[in-house]
Design a protein around this ligand. Structure first.
Ligand code: GRG
Length: 352
């Protein structure tokens, strides 16, 4: 059975209603699960996850967009929360009172893009877009990479988040060829290239073990910089694609690196990297689809890392995003670099 191109995706494949029970995505349950998350303030887990709250909102909102329910969370409440995390220097913390950090600044910019909130940003912080861009630029290091915050830890995740957020702000040097560059994009991509290993994959820093999460950040950064094709070429894509395709285990699920357990989130990190190098067909898509669907809680909604485990919003987002890449019927198409609805990103960036 083909799961390709369902309604709204321009193809003639199966619709969700034609699929057998074990291949049904419980869309309404997932929407209700995400809507319920902010009402669980008396649960320990709510407080234990405060340090990543704004990313949690990005994960939930992205999942809702891909499920075709972009308005299932109240826009005003989302914007109020985002602005309560904003600092004078243009950075965002994970929650009110938390220090600004690149990861949460990226999630905040993504939420602002998804909620069309940039006009409100200017009311909360005059010249807000430029202040956010300058905060991001201030974290670039002499060797081209980016720190996560003022304390200086570096990681290819932070570099990618910097480029992604700048791109949504329209402030990447390749988006403004006639303006003085706000960051050194060549130094940034040189650093990413130095993170590539002999196996064709990428690590968190030069010389670090290949990991598919970092493959996403490095391939995504090269995509945003417009350098992916010229740098990798077909041979580089084949070598990286071979390493990524070895991430699939007999259960159909994917792991992040050799000898590790499968986890539904790698359905995103691995598959979107495959999408950016045009090698999605190197994975058994039917088996992966089935694995992702087994990670659902069919009663309460949400997805877990593995079948039978407790669900959470992180795995819910990346499982659904993986299904979107696999063209599960009825889901909105996801943009591989931005991990947001592709129609939204296309419109937002004025892409055809
Ligand atoms: C815009 C989608 C988006 C992301 C922003 C934060 C970020 C950029 C990317 C994270 C990439 C990454 C490193 C993902 C991997 C996450 C993960 C499950 C790490 C677990 O690592 P280990 O070593 O697990 O605990 P393994 O599976 O290797 O045993």
């Amino acid at each position: 059975m083909s799961l390709a191109a369902g309604p709204g995706r321009g193809g003639g494949g199966a619709s969700a209603a034609q699929l057998p029970d074990e291949l049904q995505l419980v869309v309404d349950k997932h929407v209700a699960y995400i809507q319920s998350l902010d009402t669980r303030r008396d649960e320990l887990e709510y407080h234990l996850t405060e340090h990543l709250r704004i990313s949690g909102i990005y994960w939930g909102l992205t999942a809702l967009h891909l499920l075709g329910q972009p308005e299932a969370l109240p826009r005003e409440g989302l914007l109020d929360f985002v602005f309560s995390c904003l600092h004078e220097n243009g950075g965002f913390g994970a929650a009110p009172g938390h220090d600004p950090h690149m990861l949460y600044t990226c999630s905040s910019v993504q939420i602002l893009a998804m909620t069309d909130g940039f006009a409100e940003l200017e009311k909360n912080l005059p010249d807000g877009k430029m202040k956010i861009a300058k905060y991001i630029a201030s974290l670039q290091q002499p060797n081209g990479t980016f720190a996560g915050d003022q304390w200086g830890e570096t990681d290819s995740r932070f570099l990618f988040c910097g480029l992604l957020a700048l791109s949504l702000l329209g402030m990447l040097p390749n988006q403004r060829p006639n303006e003085p560059p706000i960051i050194d994009l060549t130094a940034a991509t040189d650093h990413i290239k130095a993170c590539q290993n002999f196996d064709g994959a990428f690590g968190v820093a030069p010389g670090a073990e290949s990991h598919s999460g970092q493959v996403y950040t490095c391939v995504g950064a090269l995509t945003l910089a417009g350098e992916l094709d010229s740098y990798l070429g077909e041979e580089g894509k084949d070598r990286l694609g071979a390493w990524l395709s070895e991430r699939q285990l007999p259960s159909g699920g994917l792991n992040g690196r050799p000898e590790k357990l499968v986890d539904v989130c790698y359905s995103w990190w691995v598959m979107t990297s495959m999408a950016m190098i045009d090698r999605v067909h190197w994975i058994d898509q039917k088996k992966l689809t089935s694995f992702i669907l087994q990670c659902q809680d069919p009663d309460q909604g949400g997805l877990a890392d593995r079948p039978g485990d407790m669900v959470d919003v992180f795995h819910t987002c990346f499982g659904i995003a993986g299904l979107s890449l696999l063209r599960y019927p009825g889901l909105v198409e996801v943009d591989p670099a931005y991990c947001m609805s592709k129609p939204l990103v296309d419109k937002f960036l004025g892409r055809k």
